[in-house]
Every structure is written in C-alpha cells, then in structure tokens.
Design a protein around this ligand. Sequence first.
Ligand SMILES: Nc1ncnc2c1ncn2[C@@H]1O[C@H](COP(=O)(O)OP(=O)(O)OP(=O)(O)O)[C@@H](O)[C@H]1O
Ligand SMILES: [Mg+2]
Length: 270
Amino acid sequence: MIMLKISELTIATTNETLVKDVTLSVASGEWVALVGESGSGKSLTALTIGGLLSGQVKVESGSITFGDRDLISMKRKELSRLLGKEISYVFQDYNSAFTPFLSVGKQIDEVLRTHTKWSRHERLGIALNALKDVKLQESVYRSYPCQLSGGQLQRVAIATSMMLSPSLLIADEPTTALDSITAHHVLELLSKLANEANCGVLFITHDLRHVKKYATRIAVMKDGQIVETGTKEKIFTNPQHPYTKSLLKAIPKLNDHRTRLIGLEKEVSW
Ligand SMILES: Nc1ncnc2c1ncn2[C@@H]1O[C@H](COP(=O)(O)OP(=O)(O)OP(=O)(O)O)[C@@H](O)[C@H]1O
Ligand SMILES: [Mg+2]
C-alpha cells in the first residue's frame, strides 16, 4: 500500500528553483533510498513532507499525499498531530534533536504526552521499552543529552521516533555523524524496528553500502531532479543514467583493507 506519494513537486525561492518536478512514493514496509550529490535537494524534499521548510523556500507546485491526506494543504495544527506519531524524522544532527537542559526521559515523555492520553505510569513503561528496543539501559532515561555519546543519542532519537509505530519514517543521513561501526549498529536497530512496525522508510544517505544493504528501491537525485528510480537490483546491476553509473563506481570495495580493519575493532568500539 502506498503510504507517501510525492507528485511533481517543485520547491523554489523567489529567484531560484531548488527542486523540480520530483515524483516519488514510499509504500508500507518499503525502504526507499534517496541518493545524490550534496545540494541536489534531498533534504528539501524530505523537509517538505512534514511542512518543515524554512526561510524563503516554498512549495511552488506539486502534491504530497500521506494515505489519502494532502500534506501540502493541511493546516499546521493537523500536521503537527501527525508529526512524531504517524510520520517521524531522524536527522543527522542528533544534538539539535534534544534540548540540553532537560533529561532524555522528560523529552521522550513530552512526545508521548503530546500524542497520547496515557497515564504517567503507562508512558514511563513505553519509554523504557523503547530504550530497551535500541539496546539502551534504563538509566539513560534520567540522563542529560551531554552525558551520552553520539551513538547513544542517535539511538534515543530512533527510539523516540519509532515508539509510536509511525507508518512513515524519514531518515535524513541518520548515521553520517557516527563512526562506521556505530552507524552499522544504529542502522541495524532502525531496520529491525521499521520492519516490526511495517513502516515505510525514506532513507537519505551518501553511503551506498547502506543503500545496498537496506533499500528496496532507489531514487537518484541530481540538480534538484530525480534522474533515475528503480528497484535496488535494477539500479545496482543495470544503471541507466550516467550520474548513477558514476555514483556506483564510487562504492568502496567491501574487501578493502580499511573495511576489514574496522571490522576487527567491532567489539571494542561498541
Ligand atoms: N533555506 C534555504 N534557502 C535557500 N536555499 C536553500 C535553503 N535550504 C537549502 N537551500 C539550497 O537548496 C539546495 C538543495 O539543498 P538540500 O539541503 O536539499 O541538499 P541535499 O541534497 O540535502 O544536500 P546534502 O547531501 O549536502 O545534505 C542547495 O543548493 C541549498 O543551498
Ligand atoms: Mg541534506
């Protein structure tokens, strides 16, 4: 079932078109990887879904539907009821996802209070369970963001975005700020939780090894446009667009000496 449908989306400032005629869909349980060079419009596309564009950047034309609801014309209040519940985000910059002076638990609880009518006791149970799901100890609930490592904070962010079983997760470079082993573990957890919730994932990344491992479909963006889309198998084995071909050439070889060394560090760094 198609969860998210973006049709001919054009995003522009008063004097520049930044994203042009983007058409993209995400079905339940599907991982769609959105890849492409820096500045190609991936984040703008992702932000538009949740009505999160800022400054002079505006939707010029096109539509975005979530189920049968039109997100572009949706009132802010209604959209904010969806965000964090049915549609969740995980960003690269986990630090900005948290307020420094509130405990992690308070911040998770705030999301639960906003979206549910559960009692304090029920909310605590859900929050601790969510932390357990991402392999964090209960003590993290009482910690402040500065007391946690980047990998731990990103796991809290994932726990928070997945605890209400969203139908769509938008993950914009969720592991770019993490070392490669931590990134691997974080993505494994994310993929497990998304699978369990049958959640559709829009996964933005520069790491094609992650695309190869998790994506079901791939959309390739360049200069604000989608130049190629297809199943993972099709894109990896038979890319059509010259830009896709050059992207695929840049994948580090899996038996690369550095990758093997990182593998050896696995036990110590986690
Ligand atoms: N608020 C803004 N005002 C004006 N231009 C912007 C704004 N935000 C982004 N842009 C421009 O829009 C283009 C697309 O930006 P976007 O952040 O979507 O790229 P991206 O594909 O996510 O890149 P990266 O891989 O580096 O994250 C860029 O040229 C960027 O400079
Ligand atoms: Mg981006």
